[in-house]
Design a protein around this ligand. Structure first.
Ligand code: ADP
Ligand code: MG
Length: 260
């Protein structure tokens, strides 16, 4: 049974307008016997924290990538309430989709988005510089986020010189420095020990206390339990969608407006 229970979140402009809305999302990879996504409908409200769970191969990463405009689905639609109004993500061209990702979305993956040769500070600042912010200002903002996330003193370390938990904090700083309103995380704690996982999850959840929205793919029931809502996939379909009483709180973050 699919039970939908969503809490309207503070800061939601119109209660009836979800931040992100997928309809009939279908993804058939070339050569795939069955579709990786098979008609997924999903509404995500601003300020929600949503865990996406399911067995390996159930379509979690494919769903995240379609929602975020990284992959174009073979059928169905994704509507995002961007700062500029409603956009149909799947119908944007590549340049517009990269711009949307750069300006309004944040990503925290297990690996792959940060550059080992750059310092912690540069990895965060570059997200702002790609948006046209001058280096000095970008680095100042990056330094604030690194400090907020407990990385003061490590700004000049190269990524390869940081622990897994520290590197994920850099990724979280990078995901937030741009003012992204929606953060996608794919197994963000998958490579971390359990104590570090809790810290990283706390930081991700604290972003929702600032009005951001979090969609996190996870295998970890402890991670899912702390999200306001859990969506379970099986064979590319949503098989359950449940709201949980979530007690998340956040501390004051550097003043980065959520989506300009
Ligand atoms: P999950 O993240 O839940 O493990 P994925 O979304 O990665 O699942 O994969 C869902 C299904 O799609 C799997 O059967 C997988 O083998 C297939 N798949 C994923 N990526 C590709 C790809 N690039 N090409 C072909 N098949 C893929
Ligand atoms: Mg995956």
């Amino acid at each position: 049974m699919v039970r939908r229970g969503r809490r309207p979140a503070a800061g939601t402009v119109g209660v009836m307008t979800p931040l992100l809305s997928a309809r009939g999302l279908t993804m058939q990879y070339p050569g795939g016997v069955t579709p990786a996504l098979d008609g997924v409908d999903l509404d995500i409200a601003a300020g929600e924290s949503v865990a996406i769970m399911g067995a390996s191969g159930s379509g979690k990463t494919t769903l995240l990538h379609c929602l975020a405009g990284i992959l174009r689905p073979t059928a169905g639609s994704v509507t995002f309430a961007s700062g500029q109004g409603l956009v149909r993500v799947e119908s944007l061209d590549d340049a517009a989709r990269s711009r949307l990702r750069r300006e309004e979305l944040g990503f925290v993956f297990q690996q792959g988005l940060l550059l080992d040769e750059l310092t912690a500070l540069e990895n965060v600042a570059v997200a702002r510089m790609l948006g046209g912010v001058p280096r000095g200002q970008a680095e100042a903002e990056a330094a604030q986020w690194l400090q907020y996330l407990g990385l003061a003193g490590l700004e000049q370390r190269r990524l390869g010189e940081l622990s897994g938990g520290q590197a994920q904090r850099v990724a979280i700083a990078r995901a937030q420095v741009t003012g992204a309103r929606l953060i996608f995380a794919d197994e963000p704690t998958g490579a971390l020990d359990s104590a570090t996982s809790v810290e990283v999850l706390d930081l991700l959840l604290s972003a929702t206390a600032q009005g951001r929205t979090l969609v996190v793919v996870t295998h970890d029931a402890d991670v899912a339990r702390r999200c306001a809502r859990t969506v379970v996939l099986r064979d590319g379909r949503v098989v359950s969608d449940t709201a949980a009483p979530a007690a998340t709180s956040g501390t004051a973050a550097p003043a980065a407006e959520v989506s300009r």
